[in-house]
Design a protein around this ligand. Structure first.
Ligand code: SF4
Ligand code: SF4
Length: 291
């Protein structure tokens, strides 16, 4: 019997190869297991492009926003004072006015308001999630932030919830770059987190930030060095040692990956006997060991 696991692929900045690793790994694992791949890189999701898939069935992601009934509001100013996001400003005669993009939807204003019915429920659209079937064993959930929206966290959370409602052997998350709370929302509860990095000074810096976060969260960390022949990997080894992380694979620059990227097919599908496919299969084998 397979015990369901959650895995995450993350990386310091866009373009490190995180989505390439996630899509190839998902494809290999789906040969044996039921896999839900979750593209939680909500500002710029591209797993569907790398899998030549449509985004699929859409659901809205909305966030609470206060709607003021000025007939009931006494302009006491308490909601303005208590709003930690400074999303409420005083306008004429001291009545509150909402700056919607600053509002986190926390409802504090509604909770502290002494006048019943002065703050009503309203909602704003902050993003969408999508569900698409890629193959018999592989489904893709994508989170996509609404244009101009700055709060990515609710859409990441919505993608996570939608994905986790689908029964599967493996939920494989592909996060946003960086180490913000939007990344923490995706990696939480992961059996293992795969940090994809490049042997460059920026790659070293980003890797250290990610490993610090994973250590703080008590999560097991693996490292995949992408474009490993781009420079020396010595510093990556030192950082890995410092944080008790394991380098499980090195992927040199590869024509297979480049051509598969351009064609929108995973390298493991397009060049099943190639060197890149062998590396992705080895990563999948390591994943199976922790299942
Ligand atoms: S919901 Fe929270 S962030 Fe939005 S206006 Fe009310 S207190 Fe401020
Ligand atoms: S707390 Fe309520 S009554 Fe006071 S200003 Fe805000 S909405 Fe009006």
């Amino acid at each position: 019997m397979v015990i369901p696991v959650k895995l995450t692929v993350t990386g310091g900045k866009g373009g490190t190869g995180k989505s390439t690793v996630a899509t190839n790994l998902a494809w290999v694992l789906a040969e044996k297991y039921k896999v839900v791949l979750v593209d939680a890189d909500v500002e710029c999701p591209n797993d569907h492009i790398l899998l030549s898939a449509e985004l699929g069935e859409e659901e809205d992601v909305t966030l609470f926003k206060p709607k003021f009934d000025y007939k009931k509001c006494t302009a006491c100013g308490l909601c303005i004072e208590k709003c930690e996001e400074n999303a409420l400003v005083k306008f004429k005669e001291g009545y509150p006015f909402l700056m919607p993009t600053l509002c986190s939807g926390c409802r504090t204003c509604q909770l502290v308001c002494p006048e019943e019915g002065a703050i009503l429920d309203d909602y704003r659209l902050v993003g969408h999630t999508y569900r698409a079937r890629i193959s018999e064993n592989l489904e893709l959930i994508t989170g996509l932030l609404e244009e101009g929206e700055e709060r990515s966290y609710p859409t990441v959370l919505a993608a996570r919830r939608r994905a986790m409602r689908i029964p599967a052997d493996i939920h494989l998350f592909d996060t946003m770059p960086g180490t913000g709370n939007h990344v923490a929302a995706a990696i939480e509860d992961s059996k293992v987190v795969i940090a994809v990095s490049e042997p460059t000074p920026l790659g070293e810096h980003d890797l250290e930030m990610i490993l610090k976060l994973l250590k703080r969260l008590g999560l097991r960390a693996w490292i995949v060095i992408n474009r490993s022949d781009l420079g020396s990997t010595e510093e990556h080894r030192r950082i890995a040692d410092r944080y008790g992380a394991e380098i499980i694979a090195e992927i040199p620059m590869s024509d297979d990956i480049l051509r598969s990227y351009v064609s929108g097919e995973p390298a493991v599908k397009m060049f099943p006997g190639g060197e890149a496919a062998k590396i992705f299969r080895e990563i999948a084998r390591r994943v199976e060991e922790v299942m």
